[in-house]
Structures are given as C-alpha cells and as structure tokens.
Design a binder for this molecule. Sequence first.
Ligand code: ADP
Ligand code: MG
Length: 499
Amino acid sequence: MGCVASKNAVSVTPAADSSGALRDRGQPRAPVPSGPVPLPVPAAAVSSLRSSSSTARRSEKVKDDAEEQGKAVVAVPAASRSFRLRSLRKSLEGEQVAAGWPPWLSAVAGEAIQGWIPLKADSFEKLEKVGQGTYSSVFRARDLETGKIVALKKVRFDNFEPESVRFMAREIQILRRLDHPNVMKLEGLITSRLSCSLYLVFEYMEHDLAGLCSSPDIKFTEAQLKCYMNQLLSGLEHCHSRRVVHRDIKGANLLVNNEGILKIADFGLANYFDPSKNHPLTSRVVTLWYRPPELLLGSTHYDAAVDLWSIGCVFAEMFRGKPILQGRTEVEQLHKIFKLCGSPADDYWKKSKLPHATIFKPHHPYPSTLRDVFKEVPENALSLLETLLSVEPYKRGTASGALSSEFFRTKPYACEPSSLPKYTPNKEMDAKLREDALRRKASRGHGTEASKKSSRLSRAAREPSAVPKQINNTEVSFSFFYDWMLHQMLSEDRFSPAV
Ligand code: ADP
Ligand code: MG
C-alpha cells in the first residue's frame, strides 16, 4: 500500500488507453471525461455492484438505471443469456486489466472504472496530509506533469474482500454521474496492475465549512451566508435531480476553495433513491448530529428529504458557529430534536409506521422552540430554517424550493463567491489542531475567553462519524447502559414506555 508516498520521482510512464494501446511518454494524458459518463456495462456486471452486507455503507439493494436496462433484455433463454453476459464481463475485465487496472478492481468495480485509464502514482508528488476521515486519508499533492495542486484521497479497504471494493466502487460510480460546479468532480484514479491501493484524484480545496464555521475569527455576514447556502442548495439540487441522495451532509464534507466556490464532497455514503420510496435503504447513515428524526426512528423508506434536514443543521450552524444538535446517543439526539423542533403530529406517527415509533413517541407533544432559540435570525432565514428542520420529512420541501424561497429574494442578496474573504487554511483538521494547541496552553494556566470560545466551538470538529467505528465490548456495554438509563428517564418523564 502507499505507493504514492513511496515514489516522489518525476516520471510519467507510458499508460495504456482503454483499448489496450500504450501511450508514449511525451503524449498528453488520456482525457478524463468531463460530462456525465455513459457506462455501457452488462447487467450482470452491474448487479455485482449491488450492496448486500449489513453495514451502513453496504447494506441496501440498489436499483439504478443500468439495472433497469438489464431487465429490458428478456428475449433470450436464461442460460445462454447468463453465459453471454459472463463472457462479456470476462472480456471487459480483460480489456481493463490490459489498460492497467488491477484485476481485483476490474472484477468487482468494472462499471465504475469503465472508459478510464489509471493514472500513475509516480506522476504525483505527495505533500502533506490534509484530512482524515473514517475510511480515508486525504493528501495535498502536486501533479508533476501540469504543476497543478490536487487532493489525493486514499481509500482504505481490504482488496481481498470484494464487498469492501464494491462499496468504494459505488462512490466512484456516483461521482462520475454527477457534473455540477458545486459538486466535487472526480478527476481520475491512481492505481496500477500490481497495486493494492487506490487513490481518488480531486481538485484541491483549501477549506471546509466545519473549519470556517468553528473559527473564532470568522463571522459570516448575511450576504456571505446566502452565498454559501445558494451554492450548497444548487449542488444538492443537481444530486437529487440525478436521484442521488448524499446521506452525509455536514460541514466537514462541504469544501470551499480560495475563489469562494463551495463543493459537496465525500459521496462515500451516497446512494440512488427511488422517489416512490419502494426500495428499502439502511437507516444507519448520516453523522449523528445531522441525522434526521425519521432515520433515528428507523425509517428504511426515505428519500432526498434526509439531506434537507442535514442542510438545515448546517444552515443553523453557520449562524451559531457551532453544531446545534450535539447528541451523544441516538436517543439523546432525538430528544434534542423534539425539544428544538417540536414532536410530530399524531397523524404522522400513525401514518409513517416508523419502526421505533412505539418506543419513542412522547406522551405529550413537544412544541417547537426554534423561533425562541434563534431569535436573532432574520425572519426570512428563520422561515427557511423552520422548513428545512421540519420533523415530518415531506414538509421540508426540495432543494429547488429552498432556492426560490424569500431568503434568497430579499436584500442583502447573496454576494459573489469571488468577493468572499480569502481565509487562512481552515479545515476540520486545522480546527482540531487549533483546539489541541489551545488546550495545551490552557493547561499551563493561560486560558483566555477566546481560547475557551475556540475550544467550545471547535468541538464541532469532533462530531461522531456517520458510521459507527469498531468499538470494544466495554464501550458497547457502556453505550447500551447509557442509552438504557436515558431512555428510562425519558420514559418516566414524557415518553411512552417501550412495548
Ligand atoms: P471520508 O469519507 O473519510 O470522510 P472525505 O472525502 O470527507 O473522506 O475527506 C476527509 C477530509 O479530507 C475532508 O473533511 C476534508 O477536510 C479533506 N478533503 C477531502 N477532499 C478534499 C479536497 N478535494 N481538497 C482538500 N481537502 C479535502
Ligand atoms: Mg467525510
């Protein structure tokens, strides 16, 4: 693993194009398609990309366009069709391996890499590490051919386990289907026939919204806030129009460059959704503080509205400078939501048939306190916030609806991205480093109000991950015990007893 780290030499070795021909050293790099990429792959190859394990990133059955197309081919006897598809897939794999892809990747992620050639590790100089997620490490790097600074996302997976490669394949496949200025564009993939690692190449972005929001020196004006929200909603409108639900919207996944352009990144949990909600999806997605109530209540038939809830949380965080709903467990998260946004009407509990409704339905309805809590927020912003943070998903509207709301039609209008201030590098990771430095300083007896504020704010950077990491047994039993205790308290107080 780590081939980029180990090779810093300047050398653009010949690469094969998708037809298997070799590219000369001096020739330009094979173009990476810029628009939506047609993916001409047999249904068998596509169905092998479907996820099936019980973990969050792999668990639901995906029914996408390609699968639909596969179903349309019905006039051939089943045995001969499956034989033809097998041999088609074999020849496709052969072509991809000849193009320089490792066989293990081609075998399970054929559709995701179709039509591309791998970029070479030694044509990049790896600089410092700039981000660390649950499943990846991100590095700043220089493309030695063009001099361009890029971000390399090294995806952590066990390539001997096809399931983990399939779930990474979905991230690549989804990224290739999206094409919008406010959505991170996948520029290429680095690997080689003999390599066991994979790097995703992206444009380098200097900041993320979590870092900017939690910085003690940054207070957004209304025009700046509208500018970020406008870009965020435009990117999301595009994803939803392509039937992609992101499922991990939060500040750390919203990247901002020095030109003020915001891009939605990290499609590691994204999936296709079915607007008629007939196909079950896992409810174990979205980072806890940004997770909508229907997922906390166990819904498996949800749609794009889950992203709108998360956007509501980010929107409020931009006003407050810190995450607004910081629950430690799922039960506490739900309780915080009800206290802020009110509990749903009886009708909703009856109709929605949410799996955990009987356990968590309060005895008495909670009124919304949102307008009191956010008194300082201007009326049209508050009204949009109320819509996005509707406990009942269908009341959240759509990204397009939010874009045409009063908030964007009243003065001060959104500023131009290019007029946004040039911030010093500020990422979730920088916020963590800043907080560590302040904590060290405070422990030496030099704590100031500013340091306390920063320390409080940058807890934002420590939000729990969307997917539970592996934890040991002691932690598991403590977490269950804590949840149980809290649940007992809530049941005695206002919640119905469990049945
Ligand atoms: P994960 O799935 O592990 O969360 P992300 O794609 O969110 O991976 O990347 C982790 C972090 O790395 C981000 O929060 C961000 O700070 C940084 N990062 C990701 N992509 C880029 C990029 N294109 N440019 C600069 N930094 C990035
Ligand atoms: Mg992330």
